[in-house]
Design a protein around this ligand. Sequence first.
Ligand SMILES: Cc1cc2nc3c(=O)[nH]c(=O)nc-3n(C[C@H](O)[C@H](O)[C@H](O)COP(=O)(O)OP(=O)(O)OC[C@H]3O[C@@H](n4cnc5c(N)ncnc54)[C@H](O)[C@@H]3O)c2cc1C
Ligand code: FES
Ligand code: FES
Length: 502
Amino acid sequence: MIVEINQKAMQIDGEPTETVLEFLRRHGLKGTKEGCASGDCGACTVMVADRATGLGRQSDPFKTFNACIAPIGQFAGESIVTVEGLAQGDKLHPAQQSMMDCHGSQCGFCTPGFVMSLAALVENGATDFATDDDSVREQVQLGISGNLCRCTGYKPIVEAGQAALAAAHDSWLYVDASVSKHQSEGVTDVESDVESEVESQVKNEAANQGVYLPESLKEMNAFIMQFPTARLIAGGTDLMLEVTQLYRDIDQMISVNKVAELTELTIEMHEGKEICRIGAAVTYQDIELALGQRSPALVDLLHRLGSTQIRNRGTLGGNFGNGSPIADMPPVFMVLDGVLNIGSSSGAKRASSIEDFYLDYRQTSLAADEYIVSVEFPVQALTDFHRFYKNSKRIEDDISSVLGAFRFEGCPDQISKAAIAFGGMAAMPVKLKEVEAKLEGATLDDELMSQAVQLLSMAMQPMTDVRASAAYRLRMAQTMLERALREFRGEHLPQVTEVRHA
Ligand SMILES: Cc1cc2nc3c(=O)[nH]c(=O)nc-3n(C[C@H](O)[C@H](O)[C@H](O)COP(=O)(O)OP(=O)(O)OC[C@H]3O[C@@H](n4cnc5c(N)ncnc54)[C@H](O)[C@@H]3O)c2cc1C
Ligand code: FES
Ligand code: FES
């Protein structure tokens, strides 16, 4: 298997779980640093050139990601750019030059990571449509939300980003994103005979490093049957922490992020309703691009989910598939009337409500040979009043202590249909049916709001852990419910960030 690094083809020659970071450093590319090995600090940030996304449009050509939690085998046939690949001769990339000019570096450990995040903004024309300095600044802050610096301070780094974006230039990097999978050893190019293609891929890939890269559900099913103990991997932003933090060996992985059917996001009419179907391997960045116009509330939440690096790789399938009680997406899709489409290597298919999907702490209803194909929901839900509130210790790149999701239909003084769900409160995401029933059809006055908030405390038994105590969680959930109801009634309440800076 071949990967292109800074336009040079390199043989992938390590173990299945060798990370891109380890691979780079083993081959002498030591500009990419290891800080946390868990996707939290950004010192290992590199970029991959994006290829067809299946979404019917060209998204950002360069995607940053955390090299410390990405297995190199997933990048066969891809083109990666590291900090060593930015300068042209002795001419620095605008991101590098502005970091020098603005004094954006002291000890320098974090600097390659920041430079890569800023370079991606420059190369992707992040501020082409920015109307003023504030929106440029916002883009820079979003771009570096996954990078930590412990000694310089962020002001000069943000200024460096603004300066780099202001420096007009032609496209600096040229990366041929079409390095073909067919150049990879062990992958055949037989289009006419699908059966024999699947067979020979399975056979040939088996001889490879144990990261299998199916491109269709049919190929994926064949891999699952042949390697029943292999782990599915999408973005790896959760799974790879088992390797880097828990020191577990994973011998075989089946990568879902090139499976055509799993990387599609479609909106189609079905029985007179517009239905949005999001493939399990669609990344958060692509969900934002596809649905952002329809739901600013979803955009705001996505901007609080991990960092740019995480959102460039993390997927819905991984968020549901890990069964985590603090995953951000399950409560959101619970209130959007979402349904999970589940497939099996046997070819069987079934649909599951999100509530039925969760059985217990980190336990889902997926059988060993099953996987998530897509999440679908009626687009109409995004035209109803909906709010997603996330409470975490840090605004950027932090896991939720409490996540509240709300959707109400009706008029300001009477809710005809209520959907309320929380994440982070218990062993599984929860839908508050009693509170929904209490609100539906009654006059939405202060008395009813107070009763609903009280009822919430009886309906939930929150957990205490390192993120928050049970009492704090309950108070937050009550506050979120009250806020959503007040906003539904038309009250304008200050944003959390406004409170923070007041
Ligand atoms: C720094 C950092 C910040 C994070 N912040 C957040 C946050 O704010 N909110 C949040 O919710 N999460 C957060 N996460 C967790 C993680 O990024 C998300 O849960 C993400 O959606 C996982 O998706 P993935 O594609 O990377 O999953 P992977 O790591 O590839 O997979 C996760 C699990 O799901 C399984 N899986 C993957 N695809 C499928 C499928 N199609 N069918 C069945 N099983 C499947 C895998 O086998 C694995 O067990 C963060 C992680 C990191 C490292
Ligand atoms: S080393 Fe910290 S994010 Fe990769
Ligand atoms: S310059 Fe030292 S950590 Fe950022």
